[in-house]
Design a protein around this ligand. Structure first.
Ligand SMILES: *Cc1c(COP(=O)(O)O)cnc(C)c1O
Length: 371
């Protein structure tokens, strides 16, 4: 296992042993349904409450305003449907570099009265708040809201969501941020961000897959997508994924506790990797998050590079994981103004505290042979 090198942490991360240990009792003896009145139910419900409080403390939000979902995609869908719900003739502003969970959720809106305005990021990958203001001033319609990711999953670019929130609010809209890549990797203060809605997903910070949350501010209450029982205050029906919720809290607490140390180590690894790749002609595409390095090689073929790296036991990505199995050019890189060829010549390495100096040296050696 350890002779393979994993540098695709933006696609997913391994489950932390600490999280697994926290989950085990709830996958075995403590299997109660939190809605049940007996002691089995109470045991599960108390554990979910504790996990909710831990997560709220880390994100600086209210525990009762966390809606557990099946992951980032569901949270993004719920957020978009919440923004447009009940709105007449208005515009929805969306960054052109959003994850497909946001883009395709917006594309699924059949109400022709909602106009979607894509906002392109700048060359470095982040959204300039000024471009949001300009787009709003150009339209005659009212603004139902906006969705702008905190950190991009392909380039790591971080946008000034505080400022964008202010702008959207000034025009009376609801603002959502997809914080899936940022959560567990940089400090997030939900209240300071000023957004109404925020999505997170556990498997991007060493929690289990299939669990995430939509966090709200108590004013813009999420619209339910799944109807049924009154779990999650009626905002998301279905028996709680108890073990995963507990795993999510454990993984998040662990990453919060180690964040400072881990960030320093990851930046060091990234610097090493950049220094090794620049002499090979690499050009860095944007950036911001500690762990994500998106680089292009003039006249290179990103997909061929990723396949060759895999033969050497190195896992990287040519784009977002959801696209990398299909051949296609990254909409994120194109939206930043890269040409088709530049986008297709890109490789993304996403690093983690578990990566080592030796691994980075091996990647550089293999890349020198391949490029
Ligand atoms: C991974 C990811 C998602 C989707 O989350 P899932 O839990 O896999 O559904 C959404 N947005 C971003 C930015 C992501 O990186």
């Amino acid at each position: 296992m350890k002779d393979r090198i994993y540098t695709d942490h933006a696609a997913t991360t391994f489950l932390s042993p600490v999280a697994l240990e926290a989950m085990m009792p709830y996958l075995t003896d403590k299997f109660g349904n939190p809605s049940s009145l007996h002691s089995f139910g109470e045991e599960a419900s108390k554990a979910v409450y504790k996990a909710r409080t831990e997560i709220a403390d880390i994100f600086c939000c209210e525990p009762e305003n966390i809606v557990f979902t099946s992951g980032g995609s569901e949270a993004d869908n719920q957020a978009i449907k919440t923004i447009v719900s009940g709105r007449r003739s208005s515009v929805l502003l969306i960054s052109a570099a959003e994850h497909h969970a946001v883009l395709n959720s917006a594309n699924s809106i059949t109400d022709s009265k909602i106009e979607i305005i894509p906002i392109s990021p700048c060359k470095s990958g982040y959204i300039d708040p000024e471009s949001v203001s300009i787009a709003i001033e150009r339209t005659e319609k009212s603004v139902c809201g906006g969705s702008f990711m905190l950190a991009n999953n392909e380039t790591g670019a971080i946008s000034d969501i505080c400022k964008i929130s202010e702008i959207i609010h000034e025009y009376g809209g609801i603002i959502h941020t997809d914080a899936v890549q940022a959560a567990g990797h940089i400090l997030i203060d939900f209240k300071k961000l000023g957004v109404d809605l925020m999505s997170v997903s556990a498997h991007k910070f060493h929690g289990p897959k299939g669990i995430g949350a939509l966090i709200h501010n108590g004013c813009s209450i999420p619209r339910s997508l799944i109807h049924g029982g009154s779990q999650e205050r009626g905002l998301r029906a279905g028996t709680e994924n108890v073990a995963s919720i507990i795993g999510m809290a454990a993984a998040l607490s662990e990453s919060a506790k180690n964040m400072e140390r881990d960030t320093a180590h990851i930046f060091h690894l990234k610097d090493m990797l950049i220094s090794g790749l620049l002499p090979l002609g690499a050009i860095v595409n944007g950036g911001g998050l500690p762990g994500i390095l998106s680089v292009r090689f003039p006249n290179g073929d990103g997909e061929a590079l990723v396949r060759s790296l895999d033969l050497f036991g190195i896992a990287a990505s040519a784009g977002a994981a959801c696209n990398s199995k299909e051949v296609g050019t990254s909409h994120v890189l194109l939206s930043m103004g890269l040409t088709h060829d530049e986008a297709a010549a890109t490789v993304r390495f996403s690093l983690d505290a578990s990566n080592t100096d030796d691994e980075i040296r091996r990647i550089i050696t293999v890349m020198s042979e391949l490029v």
